[in-house]
Design a protein around this ligand. Sequence first.
Ligand code: ADP
Ligand code: MG
Length: 292
Amino acid sequence: ATPTSIMVGTGRAAELGILFRNGEALQTLRSSQVVAVDKTGTLTLGRPELTDFIVAEGFHPDEALSLIASVEAQSEHPIAAAITNGAKNRELQLEEAQDFEAVPGFGATAIVAGRQVAVGADRYMERLGVDVGAFRDQASEFGRKAKTPLYAAINGQLAAVLAVADPMKPTTPQAIRALHELGLKVAMITGDNRRTAEAIAAELGIDEVVAEVLPDGKVEAIRRLRAGNRVVTFVGDGINDAPALAEADVGIAIGTGTDIAIESADVVLMSGDLNGVANAIGLSKATIENIR
Ligand code: ADP
Ligand code: MG
């Protein structure tokens, strides 16, 4: 491509809300074979809501949810907001939490009203030595419905199973179809529960799922997708997407995402609309192949 055609291409892209931070990305994108996407905040709105809450025998629902929400009030994870809003909607009072500790990719814990309260994924409970067997069926059922199952323990005892659901962005199904029409494979990379991720992938026709990835594991996931010289474009929005955005052949950040993701990306989609990915690839083809 000539410098002029690159300029024209980046200019067209800007009109579509696609910001190329370097000219090289415009050249590379057309060779993409796999588009890997982060789930939360990229495919979905990133604003989960509490949909289910079931206590174990011997626990009072309102009291348990109040304790759990009191821990989550200290956390910045989107799931934490879902749980504190759920408690607020039930008009529950929150209490002060002490010794709060967030364990990225696992969950969070604190002392509330003299009790050790922990909330998070099954792998967090496993790490704390809390057996979640009693709620395994409910959790599987939540996963099948594309909800994220969570567990809570109070003083080391399994106290509740919860589910949160994060609505799909309305533009996502069409965006995935457009990528398939370009002949690309679509992969999802997420820290979320495997069943939940697979339910969402099935709904969207996504080809490959890498689930239950730890926050620092996304780079490794990109490396594996790149094996055999496959050209991989990664799309993400979060802090923990930044290294993967840098690792991919082309990194595309959602403009509504975190600053660090945007700074690590080659391309920025100014709106949150994932259709920008197929548009950017189409523009790359048009620019380089000099179809007008
Ligand atoms: P993702 O953003 O893809 O969900 P994270 O690494 O942030 O990935 O979290 C992975 C999982 O860890 C979440 O799906 C959830 O089960 C659990 N988790 C992390 N932080 C919290 C929290 N504050 N409250 C409840 N669960 C949490
Ligand atoms: Mg995200």
